[in-house]
Design a protein around this ligand. Sequence first.
Ligand SMILES: [Cu+2]
Length: 134
Amino acid sequence: MCYRRSFSVLIVLTILLTLVAGCAAKTTPTPTPGTSTGGNTFTVTASGMAFDTSTITVSTGAHVMITFHNNDSGVPHNMAFYTSSAATTVIYQGARTTGISTVTYTFDAPTTPGTYFFRCDVHPNTMTGEFIVK
Ligand SMILES: [Cu+2]
């Protein structure tokens, strides 16, 4: 009685393990796009005339993707990346978008490591941050 039950459990376990092993063998590792922790994928929100982040860190030459939420109704914002806070040399200039709206910016990071600069071109004195490439 007890032996038979154990045997049944063993069979069920064996079947389950076989199924799991079968699935694992077929699964090819695919990079999952991260939302908050993803290496070069970010979500940035502009709200109350401010970015919700002051630092964006990417790897050199990375294909960067930023989902940009503008939560300020009727106010235009953008994200623009420059080589320095002088904002003379553009790395990437995202299109302005009037809130409330969401846009996606994609661009390639510089291949040279360094601390660069980003800002909102509409509010260049208050909406700024560091764009770190390493
Ligand atoms: Cu702005």
